[in-house]
Write a protein that binds this ligand. Structure first.
Ligand SMILES: NC(=O)c1ccc[n+]([C@@H]2O[C@H](COP(=O)([O-])OP(=O)(O)OC[C@H]3O[C@@H](n4cnc5c(N)ncnc54)[C@H](OP(=O)(O)O)[C@@H]3O)[C@@H](O)[C@H]2O)c1
Ligand SMILES: [Zn+2]
Ligand SMILES: [Zn+2]
Length: 352
């Protein structure tokens, strides 16, 4: 084992503070990465504050962070994909069994033996896994992604969660030219959803509660922007969408969006609010509409998404912050005040 610098949270009501954590020595399949940037996902906040206590209670101390990009510093003897000096990325998963039907299908995110990047039983060291708010991490090479070399690294980090979480359902539900696609909530996930829907050729409509984000939505690729609190604006789109991606982190009325779908249209939830959402059956029944969920994406698809971003010059719009501003960033996230992802410059951890 060796010591790594990190930021951790000690309880649901504590701020993140500087700490030291243990990382494992490399096994033959492992890659050690010096973390350069780590995005701040709203999931980090949900988890740090134990808002998902019913599904995945937080084990403290917790080190969040699953939008990691950095440079390989060491590799195990059996590693073939990476060498020291390479760019490398890690998302929400650090392990899977690679043998079950889900893994065989490239859907490691649904593997019963998958290990999440933080707050998950650590098979190597015991305790729980610690995430990317840290200066380094050790990960099995099969879960490590190749970062495109032509893109700004601070903006590449968030692709490892916000990117794949929006790309995967759009691919699954056939978002392409000729389709009308909605994205609800212009935050970290939502702004990536807009970029992908636009790049895939769909007619892209953003639903936002923030009038001040209208111009940005157009700049990010939206063809139309709807202020979701304006009932008239909403009504104009009734029964017209093929697909809607809902990336809202808090309680809201999903029925209003279900009614905007055409026959057989689908709305997919990727946002994971703390409390259950109310569902009116008739919205689904009357036009054979469907409601589904989606969880990040598999490793191969994450690589496909990164390569797509490299080709189309897509990164996350980031506000780069030092780790010392992480608590302030969480408060701003709660106010939907981020354009559009915080990316922590891990060099700032050196002064701790
Ligand atoms: N399924 C998955 O695999 C997965 C992966 C990552 C994250 N998530 C979840 O996805 C959600 C979004 O994450 P994020 O990092 O994108 O969060 P975020 O950056 O905070 O963005 C959420 C956006 O939702 C909108 N919003 C916030 N409060 C609202 C309210 N009360 N009513 C209506 N709209 C509201 C805001 O957009 P406007 O200002 O435009 O209204 C806000 O910017 C979180 O719950 C997160 O845990 C799921
Ligand atoms: Zn995330
Ligand atoms: Zn598996």
């Amino acid at each position: 084992m060796y010591n790594a610098k990190a930021y951790s949270v000690a309880s649901a009501t504590s701020p993140l503070v500087s700490t030291t954590i243990a990382r494992r020595n490399l096994t033959e399949q492992d890659v050690q990465i010096e973390i350069l940037f780590c995005g701040i996902c709203h999931s980090d906040l949900h988890q740090a504050r134990n808002e998902w206590s019913g599904v995945m209670p937080t084990v403290y101390p917790c080190v969040p962070g699953h939008e990691i990009v950095g440079r390989v510093t060491k590799v195990g003897s059996a590693v073939t994909k990476f060498k020291p000096g390479d760019l490398a990325g890690v998302g929400c998963m650090v392990d899977a069994d690679h043998t079950c039907p889900e893994c065989q299908a490239g859907q490691e995110q649904f593997c019963q033996n998958m290990t999440l990047t933080y707050n998950f039983p650590d098979k190597h060291l015991g305790g729980v896994t610690y995430g990317g708010y840290s200066d380094s991490v050790v990960v099995d090479e099969r879960m490590v992604l190749r970062a495109p070399s032509n893109l700004n690294l601070a903006g590449v980090a968030p692709l490892h969660c916000a990117g794949i979480t929006t790309y995967s359902p759009m691919r699954h539900w056939g978002v392409t030219k000729g389709k009308k696609v909605g994205v609800v909530g212009l935050g970290g996930l939502g702004h990536m959803g807009v970029k992908f829907a636009h790049a895939l050729g769909a007619h892209t409509v953003v639903f936002t509660t923030s009038p001040g984000k209208k111009d940005d939505a157009h700049r990010l690729g939206a063809d139309e922007v709807v202020l979701s609190r304006n009932a008239d604006e909403m009504a104009r789109h009734a029964g017209s969408f093929d697909f809607i991606l809902d990336a809202v982190a808090a309680n809201h009325d999903i029925n209003a969006y279900i009614n905007l779908l055409r026959r057989d249209g689908n709305i997919t939830l990727v946002g994971a609010p703390e409390k259950p959402l109310a569902l009116a059956a008739f919205g689904l029944i009357m036009a054979r509409r469907s409601l589904s969920g989606s969880c990040i994406g598999g490793i191969a698809e994450t690589q496909e998404m990164l390569d797509f971003c490299g080709k189309h010059n897509i990164t996350s719009d980031v506000e780069v912050i030092p780790i010392q501003k992480v608590n302030e960033a969480y408060e701003r996230l709660l106010k939907a005040d981020v354009k559009y992802r915080f990316s922590i410059d891990m060099a700032s951890l050196k002064s701790e």
